[in-house]
Design a protein around this ligand. Structure first.
Ligand code: SF4
Length: 397
């Protein structure tokens, strides 16, 4: 599909801070762009493009907040924000030159304990609170899940809390999705409060991309007051997901500030994405910008081999590791705290760097059934195209 020379008509979508501060977030959600017909109000599409996009959207729904749509530079045919939000015909590719794809690259299905719980690492339980997001990102590795309303996961949260209480090895819980902050504040209160009663739980994480794509969710006083109170009793972190410096707007910065003023640390988990942030300068600007607004750079993920994502978003590991190293050379200590990570079925692997054509990795988390794999070093032979651990043969130093 060609979006060249497109010009989004965004006169009524002013990303100016004052316009967004007082809106009702639930009402604003109703204005999201969810159909190809609505998208045409912002961007004229040919009949062929409409047919193509209808097919893409049938496989992975579209959902774009007006605020985020307003960040698109309509004059730039390669605008990274548009690639993150607007469906593209490339998503119809499910196999090809980058190798195999899967619907479950992280092996989530094997660790599903029911009630929305995924328990892969002994110390961390992940609870899928909702499958709804304020935006359906085109690169999402949970493409198989988003867009499918599943109220049962919400009502089962109390059972999830009971599971965690019965597993004293669990030191922390990740409340994930979807985006948990898209749930109404009273539902969040009801869900999260039982976690306060679990003594072995050291901290709680609520994963959310809302600070990036729907920041006015955090202008809800009742929500911030609840989070502040919760955080006093049980330490709370919000992992978020900025991928590009253009997402670091004054509105997003204000959302982060609301969380920080409630005493909550915000950590960033970006994904290295072709055509979005796969150059040294963009990575430097992203990491520096995060530190400037008080967000800790935590992870930079290698894009997973997900069907409808891999072939147009994944960067080969050889190019990626060089790019990250070049960026790190220019970053101060706080900005380069992030780990470059492969989130694999076997666990999490930090990409440490390369010596010639040998990639050095350190496994930092292992599945419960293979604790001996944690903290081991791995060496793999790099190729020009290999983008995932499984693409690279084993080799010795
Ligand atoms: S907000 Fe997160 S879970 Fe939701 S679509 Fe985007 S990347 Fe996926």
């Amino acid at each position: 599909m060609s979006l060249l020379a497109s010009k989004f008509d965004l006169d009524h979508v002013n990303p100016d801070f004052d316009d967004w501060y007082d809106i009702d977030w639930q009402q604003e959600l109703q204005h999201n762009i969810t159909s190809v017909a609505q998208l045409q109000n912002y961007h004229p599409l040919s009949i062929g493009e409409v047919a193509e996009l209808e097919e893409v959207v049938a496989a992975h729904p579209m959902n774009i907040p007006r605020y985020y749509l307003g960040l698109i530079d309509g004059e730039n045919p390669d605008d990274p924000i548009r690639k993150l939000a607007v469906p593209g015909a490339e998503e119809l590719i499910v196999a090809g030159e980058m190798g195999e794809t899967t619907k479950d690259p992280y092996g989530d299905d094997k660790h599903d304990k029911g009630n929305g719980i995924l328990h892969k690492y002994s110390y961390t339980a992940l609870v899928v609170a909702t499958e709804y997001c304020s935006m359906y990102c085109r690169h999402c590795f949970r493409k198989r899940m988003v867009g499918l309303p599943n109220e049962q996961t919400v009502t089962n949260f109390r059972n999830a809390a009971k599971y965690i209480a019965d597993h004293p090895e669990t030191s922390n819980v990740v409340v994930s999705g979807g985006d948990p902050f898209l749930l109404p504040t009273d539902v969040l209160k009801e869900m999260l409060t039982p976690l306060l009663e679990i003594p072995h739980l050291n901290f709680v994480r609520i994963g959310s991309r809302a600070p990036v794509v729907f920041p006015f969710r955090f202008f809800d006083r009742e929500l911030i007051d609840f989070l502040k109170e919760f955080n006093r009793k049980k330490t709370l972190f919000v992992p978020t997901h900025f991928n590009h410096p253009a997402e670091l707007t004054p509105v997003a910065e204000r959302a982060v500030l609301e969380l920080r003023e409630a005493g909550i640390s915000v950590n960033n988990q970006a994904v290295l994405l072709k055509g979005i942030n796969d150059d040294e300068q963009t990575l430097v600007d992203l990491m520096d910008g995060l530190v400037r607004i008080g967000v800790n750079p935590y992870y930079l993920y290698q894009c997973m081999p997900v069907a409808r994502v891999r072939h147009h978003f994944q960067v080969p590991l050889k190019a990626g590791v060089d790019m990250v190293d070049q960026a790190r050379r220019r970053l101060d200590g706080y900005a380069k705290r992030f780990k470059f990570i492969i989130g694999h079925d076997i666990g999490k692997l930090e990409i440490c760097g390369r010596i010639d054509d040998k990639l050095l990795l350190k496994q930092i988390h292992a599945r419960q059934e293979h604790p001996e794999e944690a903290s081991r070093m791995l060496v793999r032979k790099l190729t020009e195209e290999g983008g995932w651990l499984d693409d690279l043969g084993e080799v010795t130093l």
